[in-house]
Design a protein around this ligand. Sequence first.
Ligand code: SF4
Ligand code: SF4
Length: 441
Amino acid sequence: MTETIELALKTLEAQLNQPLETALEACARCGICAEACHYYRAEPKVEHIPAYRAEQLRNVYRYEHDFISRLFPVWTRAKKLDETTLANLTEIAFSQCTLCRRCTVNCPLGVDTPLMMRAIRAMATAAGTAPEILIMLADAAIEKGKDPSFYKEMFLEQIADMEKQLRDITGDENATIPVEKQGAKILYVPLAGAHTILPPAVVFNAAQEDWTLSIFEASNYGVFLADVNRAKQVAKRIVDEANRLGVEEIVISECGHAYACYRWDVPNWFAGQFDFKVRSLIEVLAGYISDGKIKVDPTAIPGSVTYHDSCNLARNGGLLEEPRYVLKSIVRDFREMTPNKAEALCCGGGGGIVALAEYAERRIAAGKPKADQIKSTGARTVVAACENCRLQIGDLNEHYNLNIHVTALTDLVVQAMRLPKPLPGMEAEHLFEGEQVEVPR
Ligand code: SF4
Ligand code: SF4
């Protein structure tokens, strides 16, 4: 047995717990999960049935754990793990499953296929067959956590420029973007890029919130690798920052996997060091509107708008009504996709696949059901509260000629605040281009 295979098997063994063993043992082979998966809907072939994917891991598990399978592997299709099988498993787990969990909620037995796909990702990461780019991105984040001072000066310069833009947009000379403010109530954790800092800064200033900006980004590539050790190191930067500043809560930018990570995993990983709340920016927006902390014009968005439920926010995170409350407060012509909410179709961009250029073609093909859903709403603006989903829907827009604008929820809220100037790229003429609507002045 090579060292690679030994590492992969050792990692499988280390993960075996009651939920994983149940998933590995319990499948009625009924095939109901097939239609739940966007890969299968886009291209109905046996390799795209969730149960078939899971079976590839089950074959390896059986060989290791089932006495009869070891003696007579042909009888049970048990498979000794070798380099070819590991490469095949790696490709399945990283490029043919976005961990959306739609198969699980539609399975009569609740078989957790994404849990098995995660187990494979962890095996591949340990054995060195996982996509290199995900490892590089996770490791870069860990390095940044070790010595943030190297980046901090440049970051503060960018924030100073952004503050000028903020004042220009809001017309408020006192608007600020506080960084690492001791004792602030909220620590807002953005993604990389001004587009996830400036719009929330507009909102926080209007709400007169006691907030501060994190110097780190919310994204956590350790999660996509199913590498708990790396994921914990990435997350620890923010846990330490929140504790150091003494904040009451952390608010995560519009990002599906980061919300899932900080809302569900991090409190378990850092039990005892973690006594603050975690909310998504979506919940904060809904709260500000319902409490009247920010004023929005209900007629500000006259064009047709639909909402894409990110799997991690909606099906896996329970944020179903908050984004709809926000949108219905500012949009005149809101159109639901069908199905939606917990049954929403994955856009095809989750699970880290957006970062994997080698699988771009597969990703775009798997997004066809989402493209069709968007098209059938006839809406010209698609709101997605997750960066990965926005990138994917942007690519679907180009590939399938959807003729849509893709935007974040916060950006649309800022638009509805009717400020002296719009956010970059949100000029009304551009946003409602081609729609027969009266553009608000
Ligand atoms: S995973 Fe569930 S839905 Fe799919 S074949 Fe197995 S039992 Fe049926
Ligand atoms: S988690 Fe989503 S992408 Fe993965 S097999 Fe299930 S339905 Fe398909």
